[in-house]
Design a protein around this ligand. Structure first.
Ligand code: KIV
Length: 269
């Protein structure tokens, strides 16, 4: 099973790693066959599985249920799980709910936020729970942002985001996830933190790992498709098509053909 040390080693070696969201055991098994490096049990399951219009209604019990199913289906990938909306607003909530995810089979929990999470990161890490911090576009804060939009479009905003990364890394964050930021900023952050793997979604080709929501990369998104999505199912056929799509994603991440220019946000900072 891939560990956090393996992800750190991949970064040191310059070997890009693949990550997909996953919510059930059969998809998790197909990802194991395709040797996907890491799986995120994302609270995007609110939209992808439950048909909601945001991640806000997702509960701790939902996340634990899907984490256990995914872990049973996949013994290969590094598995991280989202702490859902308002489940880490206090230190005590963060501890209790992160314990639930780790006991369900997660190897790490992910929280959305900025420097304000530093103390939470420190306390969880001290208690044996590795933490990923999700910055840039944070879907749990969609009503604060006023929509799903590109973040850190100016030098000042990019510098603020870098300062937030520094604060959570200093507190012990072991992984960073950047969503919807200029490709230049993705590269800067990956370079600034040599000991901390950085996963990107709409953050350019230079982050250490790439993540996509599984329904998006299988072409199961009905409605607006985000710029950073590539449909890997299009090129497949036959009964192993889904596993082949996962394998194609893994290969494209490793050889850096994904994300291509058309999937990234090119803003000069
Ligand atoms: O919940 C999720 O699927 C995520 C991805 C968008 C990275 O956080």
């Amino acid at each position: 099973m891939i560990s956090l040390s393996d992800l750190r080693q991949f970064k040191q070696q310059g070997r890009k790693f693949s990550c997909l969201t996953c919510y059930d055991a059969s998809m998790a098994k197909a990802m194991e066959l395709a040797e996907i490096d890491s799986i995120l049990v994302g609270d995007s399951l609110g939209m992808a599985i439950q048909g909601r219009d945001s991640t806000l209604p997702v509960t701790v019990a939902d996340m634990a249920y899907h984490t256990a199913a995914v872990r049973r289906g996949n013994q290969h990938a590094f598995l991280l799980t989202d702490l859902p909306f308002m489940s880490y607003a206090t230190l005590n909530d963060a501890l209790v709910n992160a314990r639930t995810m780790m006991q369900a089979g997660a190897q790490m929990v992910k929280m959305e936020g900025t420097a304000w999470l530093a103390e939470t990161v420190q306390v969880l890490t001290r208690n044996g729970i590795p933490v990923c911090i999700h910055l840039g576009l944070m879907p749990q804060s969609v009503h604060v942002f006023g929509g799903y939009k590109l973040q850190a479009r100016t030098r000042a905003a990019a510098d603020q985001l870098i300062a937030d990364c520094q604060a959570v890394v200093d507190a012990g964050a072991a992984l960073l996830l950047l969503e919807c930021v200029p490709a230049q900023l993705g590269r800067e952050i990956a370079e600034l933190f040599p000991g901390v793997p950085v996963i990107g979604i709409g953050a350019g080709v230079d982050t250490d790992g790439q993540v996509l929501v599984v329904q998006d990369m299988l072409g199961l998104t009905f409605g607006r498709v985000a710029r950073f999505v590539r449909n890997f199912m299009k090129e497949q056929s036959g009964e192993t098509a889904i596993t082949d799509a996962f394998r194609a994603f893994h290969t494209a991440v490793q050889d850096q053909s994904f994300p291509a220019k058309e999937h990234t946000f090119q803003v000069e900072l």
